[in-house]
Design a protein around this ligand. Structure first.
Ligand code: XMP
Length: 435
């Protein structure tokens, strides 16, 4: 292994994630574990240079105060205790002050002077380590990956191609609800450029058939999710001798900040609802990365910028942006208007600034006038929001000139659309998506 590591043991602190990020910002890798990890497990981890016992307000579980076992203190690895009655260590800290910069300063003497860690955490080393670990885990067996084309699955694919080449099979299911150019880019990047073993399944007709006349948003979601698993399962059954399933699980999926220590590691091992007779061991090479690190990893692996910096896109795709029962004409209109919006946002540099932006199309028409004649066509709604965690969101104040240009392009270039509206509703009361 190429990287030194500081382990953070969670005793109910709300700042585990911040401390982990602060250690990583110092250039030293860090991981968070529950307080009751055994000394043997810690001993088995390579390159652990120091342990931070991170106490906090939630260190009472079921009425009992929780502790780290004496064996951990006696491992011979330096221990720092924070907000915890650690008579067993000399590196005590009463509490963290609140921002990451100050936490970094408080950590420096422990991380470098006491633990003698080297600042060798970088993406080059991370990728090299993961390739080694994946090779060790998988050997010459075969791995399957559902490659959506989203950031996480794309980075997993690129990493596994480096590690095991053709022993990885990527399955890309096009459910017909992807954005313009997305399935083509997956094929171009993974099959043509990276020479991956890629199974491309165009299941558009099948999905549209199942969704015909279904107007309820939750029903649409259920159908898309269930059908996706069915198609993926059918493809998986056609493949011989697969032992492993790769997943783009990332650290925020695992670490809950502000959780009780007993709940630190979420049960997230849901292999996409595959049937029980299809059991795979999981390969999760991004397990310990935060989202910005996943992107940096993608860049290190040579993936294109527009794949690595993609905005979030819901699993049901354009299905929840083509409001009500999906029709082909409106699906095409939402796809085309979204492509125009994305192109213009990129032209004006808004793609780097705005968290999520897209169009939605309602299932009613309005009267307008085109070429001196009455028109009766659909409106398109533009949504552009900023948020930290998608729980609340504010509206991007797009310049008038840009809005005008986008509007003109949509009403001139997208068949069947005669109006454009800009949705000014924050979340709450609106949600980010319309369905
Ligand atoms: P809402 O609409 O709930 O969206 O404010 C918050 C974030 O979640 C995305 N979203 C979804 N993602 N499956 C997903 O994978 C879904 O069914 C789904 N619905 C909403 C949405 O795009 C936004 O980023």
């Amino acid at each position: 292994m190429k990287q030194d590591m500081i382990v953070i043991l969670d005793l109910g602190s709300e700042l585990n994630t911040m401390v982990a990020r602060a250690v990583r910002a110092l250039g030293v890798y860090s991981e968070i574990y529950p307080h009751d990890i055994t000394a043997d497990k810690l001993k088995a981890m390579p390159n652990v240079k120091g342990i931070i016992v991170n106490g906090g307000p939630n260190n009472i579980v079921d009425g009992e105060k929780i502790f780290v076992s004496d064996e951990v203190y006696n491992l011979g690895i330096p221990v720092m205790a924070v907000e915890h009655d650690a008579a067993k260590t000399d590196n005590k800290l009463a509490k963290w002050p609140d921002d990451e910069e100050q936490v970094k300063e408080l950590l420096k003497p422990f991380v470098f002077d006491i633990c003698k860690s080297e600042a060798n955490w970088n993406m080059k080393n991370f990728v090299a380590d993961q390739i080694e670990l994946v090779k060790k885990q998988v050997g010459d067996k075969k791995v399957l990956l559902a490659l959506s084309g989203g950031v996480d699955s794309s980075v997993v694919a690129a990493l596994l191609i480096k590690a095991i080449g053709k022993n990885l099979t990527c399955v890309h299911v096009n459910h017909g609800l992807l954005r313009k150019g997305e399935p083509e880019q997956v094929v171009e990047v993974f099959r043509n450029q990276l020479d991956a073993n890629l199974v491309y399944v165009d299941a558009s007709e099948r999905f549209l058939g199942k969704l015909k006349d279904v107007a309820d948003p939750e029903e649409k979601r259920k159908i898309i999710g269930a059908e996706f698993i069915r198609v993926f399962e059918e493809e998986a059954r056609k493949l011989e001798g697969i032992d492993f399933l790769a997943q783009g699980t990332i650290y925020p999926d695992i670490v809950e900040s502000g959780t009780k220590t007993a709940k630190v590691v979420k049960s997230h091992h849901n292999v996409g609802g595959l049937p029980e007779d299809m059991q795979f061991e999981l390969v999760e090479p991004l397990y310990y990365l935060f989202k910005d690190e996943v992107r940096a990893c993608g860049i290190e692996l040579g993936l294109p910028d527009n794949m690595v910096y993609r905005q979030p896109f819901p699993g049901p795709g354009l299905g929840v942006r083509c409001l009500g029962a999906i029709t082909r004409d409106r699906l095409e209109a939402v796809r085309e208007s979204d492509a125009i919006l994305r192109e213009e946002f990129a032209n004006y540099g808004l793609d780097k600034k705005v968290w999520q932006y897209f169009t939605a199309i309602p299932d009613f028409k309005s009267v307008g006038v085109r070429d001196n004649a009455r028109s009766f066509e659909y409106p398109v709604i533009i949504r552009a929001v900023n948020t930290v965690d998608a729980m609340t969101a504010t509206i991007e104040p797009i310049e008038w000139e840009i809005l005008n240009k986008i509007t003109k392009r949509i009403i001139n270039e997208v068949p069947g659309v005669n109006r454009v509206c800009y949705d000014l509703t924050p979340k709450p009361t609106g949600t980010i998506e319309w369905e």
